[in-house]
Design a protein around this ligand. Structure first.
Ligand SMILES: C[S@@+](CC[C@H](N)C(=O)[O-])C[C@H]1O[C@@H](n2cnc3c(N)ncnc32)[C@H](O)[C@@H]1O
Length: 407
């Protein structure tokens, strides 16, 4: 197994930093917020093309568009080739060499071009896999588990849903009603595109649609989650606050400021009777510290990140701090985990699931759901194999925390 040996060199800032800024989004800029949603959709599209995908999102590529796909591939570039060296074995530690690997050289033979393509695909794949695919896989599994709880929640609310298409790709129990909230321009653009793509926006006449709705009902609600009023909009759209709710906050909390994030947590709690579940993740205070110090992997992107990621949560190993933060907002912390542990479970390196990557089997799902109980050796192996916002020598992802909470 090769270590990822990701290059620490300054990336091509004209492309990668722009893509990174797009990845972060900015609540102040409509285009950038939309770009962040497109970028994540593009990574879901790339995962869907894998020989053994963790999930298949048939709408993702079209929703991401060429802009999103290009951004996703460009963002993989700074991290270079599989083992940090070029195809000739030389160091590929600067942007010029990275670019040289990316562009087909004049006079290159077909096998050489294919080899080059494979390297690029692998780099993109590793970035995608570690940063988005494992995350999506974990959210899918947690959502399935939440819907199977004894309280049998049948209401799902996705906050900052972007171009997420779970209601068209996931097997859901009968009777699940689904709400999505996002900025007005994102909601409007997504609705329009879904209609164009033949996605059913209601459960009626499934045979008439290329992409039938797997939920009993779907509604997109335009709301700024950083301001009061989103709860009222959700109630007006039919949420029943006397019945359990599953809340999903994927790729959202970092874009709010801490007061907004706290208010959002409290607002969710107020609409959540016992039996409700929150499934969420965030970047961590450890990452914030690293950004402030200007060093580490995020050094080249510091300005963009500081400008766009505003809310940081305690890392998984500071469980009590995270529990306290959630408790103040009315939530009881459940599972806590990291991408390294999730990816270890995906790869079957955490113990019971066996076998190499890819399979989203039950054993792996159980392992992901096991959260902190995950095998540290497995997560160390994964941290060395794929890219994380982590120091590979420390073998753990300190910079993102995944958690569930209950009412
Ligand atoms: C990185 S994208 C993630 C989208 C989706 N959850 C996913 O994982 O594909 C962030 C999303 O959060 C939305 N968002 C950010 N700030 C928001 C706010 N204040 N109110 C509503 N949505 C917001 C953006 O519009 C964008 O769609």
């Amino acid at each position: 197994m090769r270590r990822s040996g990701r290059s620490q060199a300054a990336p091509d800032t004209s492309t990668a930093a722009a893509a990174a800024a797009a990845a972060c989004g900015s609540p102040g800029s409509e285009d950038e917020v939309t770009a962040s949603a497109k970028l994540i959709a593009a990574w879901r599209a790339l995962e869907s093309l894998e020989p053994r995908p963790l999930f298949v999102d048939p709408l993702a590529a079209a929703l991401a568009g060429s802009e999103g796909m290009q951004a996703a591939l460009q963002l993989a570039r700074p991290w270079g080739s599989v083992d940090g060296s070029g195809s000739d074995g030389s160091s590929s530690s600067d942007a010029a060499e990275q670019a040289a690997v990316t562009q087909p050289a004049a006079g290159q033979s077909l096998p050489q071009q294919q080899e080059q393509q494979a390297q690029q695909t692998d780099a993109a794949r590793r970035f995608c896999y570690s940063n988005v695919s494992a995350r999506v896989w974990w959210f899918d599994r947690q959502l399935t588990a939440a819907l199977a709880r004894p309280s049998q929640p049948r209401q799902v609310v996705v906050l900052g849903a972007g171009l997420d298409c779970r209601p068209w790709r996931m097997a859901l129990p009968p009777g699940v009603r689904w709400w999505e909230l996002d900025m007005p321009h994102v909601v409007a653009a997504k609705r329009h595109q879904l209609e164009q793509l033949g996605a059913a926006l209601s459960a009626a006449a499934p045979a008439a649609h290329a992409h039938p709705l797997c939920a009993a009902a779907w509604q997109a609600v335009a709301a700024d989650l950083g301001r009061p009023g989103w709860g009222e909009a959700l109630l007006a759209a039919g949420l029943d606050a006397s019945r359990p709710v599953v809340w999903v906050a994927e790729g959202l909390l970092m874009y709010l400021d801490p007061d907004q994030a706290n208010a959002l947590l409290r607002g969710m709690a107020e609409l959540s009777p016992p039996g409700s579940v929150l499934i969420a993740h965030n970047v961590t205070t450890e990452l914030s510290r690293q950004i402030e110090q200007g060093g580490g992997l995020y050094g080249p992107f510091r300005r963009e990140l500081v400008a766009t990621w505003r809310c940081f949560y305690p890392p998984a190993f500071e469980r009590q701090a995270l529990a306290g933060l959630l408790q103040q907002a009315g939530w009881c912390l459940g599972e806590v985990t990291t991408r390294a542990r999730i990816a270890a479970a995906v790869c079957g390196w955490g113990g019971s699931s066996g076998g190499g990557g890819g399979g989203a089997d039950d054993a792996a799902a159980k392992e992901a759901a096991a959260g902190e109980a995950g095998d540290a050796a497995g997560s160390n192996a994964v941290a060395g194999q794929v890219d994380f916002e982590a120091r590979p020598d420390q073998g753990e992802d300190r910079f993102a925390v995944f958690f569930t909470a209950q009412r």
